[in-house]
Design a protein around this ligand. Structure first.
Ligand code: NAP
Length: 320
């Protein structure tokens, strides 16, 4: 089969298409014929060698795929050849024509959800669900600011929060991104590059502030975030690319909490809960992953560049 292989950590150019032997599923494993692969920012951190969790070289990147079960290991009963599925983790790497997964990382893909949409679920929707509900304890009637609502995690947060009965404010840096955020269910949208965006959010929140912030770029925004929180508010730090100075008094005065989220920190039981909820949302139509860009597998280097550029629009996927 063809797969993306990484021989050395480095820039996007280290992603190369190579022919490798077809993998085979062992006990408890599922072999998936990959139809689409999700590209996440974390794939670029891992590829660069800068990430704390490094795979040993050679490796095939990618965790999230949409595809069809090709074969199952001897004791696997939950899936059979021909089932449409999505994955939230693989053993052999998702950026390939075939991927072997533990059966716990494979989930049914409802008929109306495309393979590309299936590739947009594992990391983005898994993170959004964990951030909103397992870490942020979002409640119906609360107000949430999805700070960075135009990308993979942000659009997922908007759809999940809207379906759960929150008042949703989203932010994006482009007109196209802001239109998308409104289409996906935000009640209000702001430009996170506008100098007065904090005032706009405080006006929308009627001076009281927001209960929850889903933060995609904490090293830029955390100090301002604390000033926008209502009493008892929570900031969930999802994305962060550096250090920032904050005034802890802002948290003290509001009895606010700053909560980190790390998808890898979810237990097996929490992951099972996340994916049960996501499959239900896909089935009832409240979750509709947005695919901004589809590129052929060989253009993985371009996808790794694009996912870090401004002007996000849903998800970038690779098609083997
Ligand atoms: P993405 O699709 O590339 O989206 C990035 C988002 O950040 C876009 O909405 C972008 O908006 C927004 N953004 C850019 N500048 C911003 C600013 N100044 N203030 C607020 N938002 C800003 O990436 P993603 O997959 O959604 O991931 C988002 C972040 O979460 C990444 O840093 C990723 O590494 C991290 N993440 C963490 C976990 C975890 O377990 N903690 C899991 C998944 C992802 P515009 O492009 O419209 O400006």
């Amino acid at each position: 089969m063809k797969a993306i292989r990484v021989n050395e950590f480095g820039g996007p150019e280290v992603l190369k298409v190579q022919s490798v032997p077809d993998p085979r599923p062992d006990r408890g494993q599922v072999l998936v014929r990959v139809k689409a692969v999700g590209v996440n920012p974390v794939d670029t951190y891992i590829r660069s060698g800068a990430y704390a969790r490094k795979p040993s070289l050679l490796y095939t990147p990618g965790m999230d795929a949409g595809g069809v079960v090709e074969a199952v290991g001897p004791d696997v009963k939950r899936f059979k050849a021909g089932d449409r599925v999505y994955t939230n983790g693989t053993i052999t790497g998702a950026a390939a024509e075939l991927a072997v997964c533990e059966q716990s990382r494979v989930h049914p893909l409802p008929p109306k959800i495309s393979f590309a949409q299936g590739a947009a679920l594992g990391v983005p929707y898994g993170t959004a669900y964990r951030s909103l509900f397992q870490r942020g304890h979002a409640q119906p009637g609360e107000t949430v600011l999805v700070h960075g609502a135009s990308g993979g995690v942000g659009t997922a947060c908007v759809q999940l929060a809207r379906a759960a009965g929150l008042m949703v404010i989203g932010s994006a840096g482009t007109d196209k991104g802001r239109s998308l955020v409104l289409e996906e269910g935000a009640h209000h949208v702001v430009d996170h590059r506008a100098p007065d965006y904090v005032d706009r959010i405080m006006t929308i929140a009627e001076g009281r502030g927001v209960d929850l912030i889903m933060e995609m770029l904490a090293n830029v925004n955390l100090a301002k975030d604390l000033t926008m929180l209502a009493a008892g508010g929570r900031v969930v730090v999802i994305g962060n690319r550096g250090a920032i100075e904050i005034n802890p008094r802002e948290a003290m005065a509001r009895e606010a909490a700053i909560l980190g989220v790390m998808l890898w920190g979810a237990t097996e039981a929490e992951l099972a809960g996340i994916h049960s909820a996501l499959v239900a949302g896909l089935e009832n139509g409240t979750l509709r992953p947005i695919i901004g860009y589809e590129l052929p597998l060989a253009e993985a280097p371009r996808a790794h560049q694009r996912v870090l550029e401004p002007g996000a629009y849903g998800k970038i996927v690779l098609i083997p």
